[in-house]
Design a protein around this ligand. Structure first.
Ligand SMILES: [Zn+2]
Ligand SMILES: [Zn+2]
Length: 305
């Protein structure tokens, strides 16, 4: 396998297909972990996604990460922000912690040279949606403005459409992005499971392209910065955010294949957040299916059972 270009953006030998991987043992471990699974990109949590405890990576950790990254066959890293963050909260204490944590997440993402920080837009928690949209947008803008100088963009992820979660429809996503009003520092991550759970029919010919256009209307580039490719454990419109392995859920391989071809054509990276078992068998199987859906030969690392 040849080494990726130093930027790792387009010159690497592997397409930007990857998985959410564990940071167990240190941030530097994500590169060998990704290489063993033929990843051209990976997604990580920068700290426990279910804890408010958060420390920026210290210099030795950062140095080990940078060295491992410079030697790896890929350099693209996405970070998924903590699930605890709710930028739309009307509870002042949650709002304060959310702002603080998002600021640390973005600072960490920039230290790590991440391609994007993925964030769920927030929840109205039973309150009025339009007020929640404005609260989330103004707090996000505040955080972005406190960390000047570009760097890692904040990618808002579409949600599964349950209850008060914001960002399940193109209209609401556009509303949030327009209200944040920082187009150079924001983008979108589209999740196939969430699209399907919130009722969109991905089987229809051209459905993916239409959804991309509608969701990304408020973005200058008009396309997502990242796809989360997941099958869905529950039927269309369930509102339930439960992922399944590719071809093992209700979306199925033909519809997922349409999305893969669309992502490849627009050079958008794809990260799988599919269920994992004890070993790496599920990851290997899902990556094999991803390469097959793209019509690409399956890399040797993941070729065998
Ligand atoms: Zn996702
Ligand atoms: Zn999900």
């Amino acid at each position: 396998m040849t080494k990726g270009s130093s930027s790792g953006r387009t010159g690497g030998s592997l397409p930007r297909f990857g998985l959410h991987v564990s940071t167990a043992g240190g941030l530097d471990r994500i590169f060998p972990r990704g290489e063993a699974l033929a990843c051209g990109t990976v997604q990580i949590f920068s700290h426990s996604s279910r804890s408010w405890e958060f420390a920026l990576p210290d210099p030795p950790v950062l140095a080990a990460y940078t060295t491992a990254r410079s030697r790896a066959s890929f350099s693209d890293v996405f970070i998924h922000a903590s699930y605890l963050i709710n930028m739309a909260s009307d509870d002042p204490e949650i709002a304060r912690k959310s702002v603080e944590t998002l600021e640390k997440e973005l600072a960490t993402a920039r230290l790590l040279g991440a391609e994007g920080l993925v964030l769920h837009p927030g929840s109205a928690r039973g309150g009025e949606r339009s007020a929640a949209v404005l609260r989330a947008a103004s707090r996000i803008r505040e955080v972005l403005d406190r960390l000047p100088g570009g760097g890692t963009p904040l990618l808002l992820e579409n949600t599964a459409g349950a209850g008060s979660m914001l960002g399940a429809t193109p209209e609401e996503m556009s509303e949030i992005l327009s209200a944040i009003d920082r187009p150079e520092q924001t983008g979108i991550c589209l999740d196939s499971c969430h699209l399907f759970a919130s009722g969109f029919d991905l089987d229809e010919e051209g459905a993916g392209q239409e959804l991309v256009s509608r969701f990304c209307e408020a973005l200058p580039g008009g396309r997502p910065s990242l796809w989360h490719l997941n099958d869905a454990l529950y039927p269309r419109g369930s509102g339930r955010d439960r992922h399944a392995g590719l071809g093992e859920g209700h979306i199925g391989l033909p519809a997922l294949g349409q999305i893969v071809r669309l992502a490849v054509a627009s050079e958008t990276p794809i990260v799988l957040e599919t269920p994992k078992g004890d070993g790496d068998e599920e990851d290997r199987r899902n990556m094999r299916r991803l390469f097959s859906l793209a019509g690409l030969p399956v890399p040797a690392e993941i070729a065998s059972e």
